[in-house]
Design a protein around this ligand. Sequence first.
Ligand code: 3H9
Length: 690
Amino acid sequence: MSDFLRINRDGGVAIVTIDNPPVNALSFHLREPLMQALVELRDDASVAAVVIVCAGRTFVAGADITEFGKPVQQPDLRAIVATLESITKSTVAAIHGTALGGGLELALGCHFRVADTGAKLGLPEVKLGLLPGGGGTVRLPRLVGALKALKMIVSGAPISATEAHAAGLVDAVFEGDLTTHAVNFARELARKGGPFTPVRDRDDGLKETDLAALDAEAADLARKARGLDAPIACALSVRNAVTLPFDPALAAERALFVKLVGSDQSRAQRHLFFAEREAAKISAKDVVKRRIARIGVIGAGTMGGGIAMAFANGGYPVTLLETSHEALQRGLATIDKNYSVSVTRGSLTEDAKRQRLAQFTGSTDYADLADCDLIVEAVFEDMAVKKEVFGKLEAVAKPGAILATNTSYLDIDEIAASTSRPQDVVGLHFFSPANVMKLLEIVRAQRTAPDALATVVDLARRIGKVAVVVGVCHGFVGNRMLAARGSESEALLLEGATPRQIDQVFTDFGWPMGPFQMGDLAGLDIGWRNRKAQGLTAVIADTLCEQGRFGQKTGKGFYLYENGSRTPVPDPQVEALIRAEADEKGIAPRAISAEEIIERTLYPLINEGAKILEEGIAARASDIDIVWVNGYGFPVGKGGPMFWAGLEGAGKIIERLEYWHQRTGKDVFKPAPLLKTMAETGSWEAGATV
Ligand code: 3H9
């Protein structure tokens, strides 16, 4: 009856098949025929039961996100679910793949839900800066209890079919042909006869709600929300499900949804959803990819070990190479310890740990890398050392093996040119800890072959990384912009700001931590070494390092960390050091506002991003946003630096950059021409030279 929906009959059971590729989103062109079908089947006396199934790889994965921000076309999801609930014969949702967001809300409109063993169910709206707006916050608690619903809705994480079954969300789990099972299930219900109670009228899950426990959990979640509105709205709506009758609770959910869907935070998070998928698209996608069966990692230190774990976690056998037996054993022991921590935390089973460890082969002999299809070096950040490693690799790596460097700054074109196979050389810039951090900057060197690039992009997806392809420059996208962000740090301190004050401005903005806390966490010695290599100085950070204050690992840095604590405590000695340096330079301290801190740190960050776009180092502004959100903790509710620039106003940013450029003469404040294009057109892409 429509390109997106068909009805088949099996005896008295009507099977409604939704077919709206790729993920069966509830687009308007599907909602219209779906509504029509439900009305028709409700009024058809020959129909004893209705089964809703989906064609393709998944059950309905939610509302159509591209429709948000536009006028709602009726029927909307709420009208569809209400019609579904008005059907008195039994209704069954047959779930395979993922029932997410509006998809699960549609299923909650049915009397029963059955699922394939591999199915996942969840309400991930919070990740889009929303709350479930199709009745999810009001119906889910009625089945699984308010506390569990709260956790599911605020985390946005889906649960397995088995867990959903145990929780009462799913009535049966089947292996094999789901439609046949669902039809038999529905037929049996029809045979037994009703009445069937719609979820809105059930209260199984609500009976024993401990409101105090719910409020305590909600308060905890609100603390962790870091300025995001959606988690708080989710918690409030679940509470309403407990304290209000169904209809007022549903109306309150709607009001919260309408408010959130029009908010900048949700726009920002929706932007990130599509940006992440866009970043995975490269022009070389149609080439035949190379086969990756075994991966070599050189260096079993923190970075190499983490990279090796990332590959092992993705199911790849790894040969881990070190220079000495002792260093190798140390590296392997750390990996073992890291997995044990996961087991203790309950995120990994003993069995899974054993399987992952079995993926590792240790070696101290380059010849053992001969059977690897990809080799990633994670050795000391020094051009001569890297070139030596690539020289050795050339001698042992099989033809066509991809040779990758994990350098954070160095010129990969120079590394590639030192080999006879530059077409096989690529940068894989992992972020520490590499087994945890989602971001992977894939650095395409001038001569990297399209098939090598396509292979590593695909590999990144397989190991669960968010990959962004970038070009070669000092620090690539992320670290180059980080340098711009930090270029005024010392000046701000000398002029009167404290590390604590600057960090507070950052956390108020929504960052998980400020630049000084981050420096202390990463180790101040890293920046010190980099500066020395480039002949640069940073008087305060350098002095701290000279005093052996490297940050958390030495118990002291910009802050004090007492008795192994990770909580930064302001240190009067550091403040005295800053004042002494300022006095020596004749700088009188003055009050520095939060606004000024933002202008002198985040505006240069955006400006550098614009330069990166002009140079074609990043292909899209949204790629830069993905780098910053996934690698550096830029707040998701602000959508990444380039999206936030649009919210802040490029015109205002230019004006303030020009002001600071005049005052300081520093290049980081010289507005990039593309910033002007952005101010005029409202789009980064309009004038991009990529
Ligand atoms: C909601 O439901 C609100 C309601 O409560 C209230 C309503 C009133 N819409 O991710 P993939 C596209 S909010 C539009 O690469 P996978 C995606 O952009 C929604 N488009 O596939 C991509 O397009 P392209 C709550 C969507 O197999 C293509 O489909 N639901 C949507 O790796 C393939 O996507 C969610 O948040 C959508 N809902 O993963 C679930 N979903 O090829 C969002 C996907 O042009 N979706 N697209 O780049 C997902 O999490 C994943 O897509 C899924 C499949 C796990 C389903």
